[in-house]
Design a protein around this ligand. Structure first.
Ligand code: ATP
Length: 315
């Protein structure tokens, strides 16, 4: 199998509940070493999407391949490469942690002889060794969440899907679970759903913003942090030129006047436009006082996309 086969490759996913199209033509890919954040408000369609990716909900339309295997045609084989922490994971309160993880290993098809080792391995990874013999029902919510993650990875799947993994946890527990997810993300590929923006910022290499069942934005998190890929800058000039002089600089696609001498320039991010603006300012004596990259934050983009769509829908 070529190395480029995505761990998860979903195309054209749709899910209807009666007349409601809860997931609408969603494409989603996951590569090894990536943590993809599926971000959306309550009811955006995140859980329905993840349930379909993990083979627990039938799509109304679309195709899903897990590590190159068609999930709908060969669900048992495909699911071997997949671990899922559902929104409400099926934990049995009367079982011990170790007993439950061995049971989960059996359900995931780990041969009997390997189940003890598999349980020990994930207990180490998830920080559960000290509670191995405790009953799940007596654990704190944070530890129960770790057990939920441990059962999802006990068969060492390549792709891990986590539905709101930190919901309802206290800040210390959130830190611990995020640390665990970051560690797992290095070796596996992870899709996690959340409606917490800082969670995406802290963990994810890529984000997909979902609203009313559709992915409205998908792209790398570096777009929000990388100064070399800015497509807008704000400049303050003591003697601002006429717009045509700015438009004459290759790569400038828009000029907006914010205040006297203060301009927002829209640029082609693939060219060295800020350098050219600085050069032009020096040569022409525009008196450059300030030049700042003007990046949209994830929060701005999220609010823009989700409220614009709502306004459109209600118009
Ligand atoms: P949350 O963050 O609240 O869990 P979500 O983004 O995971 O939300 P879903 O749970 O996938 O969203 O729900 C998407 C839409 O589908 C919602 O409008 C929800 O009410 C609806 N829905 C989900 N499951 C069902 C169902 N079994 N029957 C009918 N409607 C459903």
């Amino acid at each position: 199998m070529p190395e480029t086969t995505p761990l998860i490759d979903a195309t054209g996913l749709c899910r209807d509940y009666g007349a409601l199209r809860a997931v609408d033509d969603v494409d989603l890919r996951l590569e090894r070493g990536e943590i993809v954040g599926l971000l959306g408000q309550n009811g955006a369609g995140k859980t329905s999407t993840m349930d379909m990716l993990c083979g627990v909900l039938a799509p109304t339309a679309g195709a899903i391949a897990i590590d190159g295997v068609d999930l709908l045609e060969s669900p048992r084989t495909a699911k071997r490469a997949l671990g899922y922490l559902a929104e409400h994971p099926p934990l049995y309160p009367d079982m011990s942690v170790r007993g439950y993880l061995a049971f989960a290993a059996a359900l995931h098809g780990v041969p009997r002889a390997g189940r003890g080792d598999a349980s020990d391995r994930v207990m180490s990874l998830c920080g559960l060794k000290d509670v191995a013999h405790r009953l799940i029902g007596n654990l704190s919510k944070g530890y129960r969440q770790r057990v939920g993650i441990a059962q999802a990875i006990v068969h060492d799947p390549a792709a891990i899907v986590l539905d709101e993994p930190t919901v309802g946890l206290d800040p210390i527990q959130i830190r611990a679970i995020r640390g665990l997810i970051a560690d797992l993300g290095r070796e596996h590929g992870i899709i996690l759903s959340t409606h917490i923006l800082p969670e995406v910022q802290a963990l994810c290499s890529r984000v997909a913003i979902m609203h009313h069942g559709r992915i409205l934005h998908g792209g790398p998190m570096s777009a929000f942090t990388d100064d070399t890929a800015v497509d807008r800058i704000t400049v303050t000039l003591r003697r601002a030129p006429v717009d045509s002089e700015l438009h004459a600089i290759e790569g400038i696609t828009g000029v907006e006047h914010l205040a006297p001498g203060r301009l927002r320039l829209t640029l082609d991010p693939t060219r060295d436009v800020p350098e050219r603006v600085a050069e032009a300012a020096v040569h022409a004596g525009w008196g450059l006082l300030e030049m700042t990259p003007d990046r949209a934050s994830l929060e701005q983009l999220f609010v823009e996309l989700t409220t614009a769509d709502t306004a459109e829908a209600s118009a």
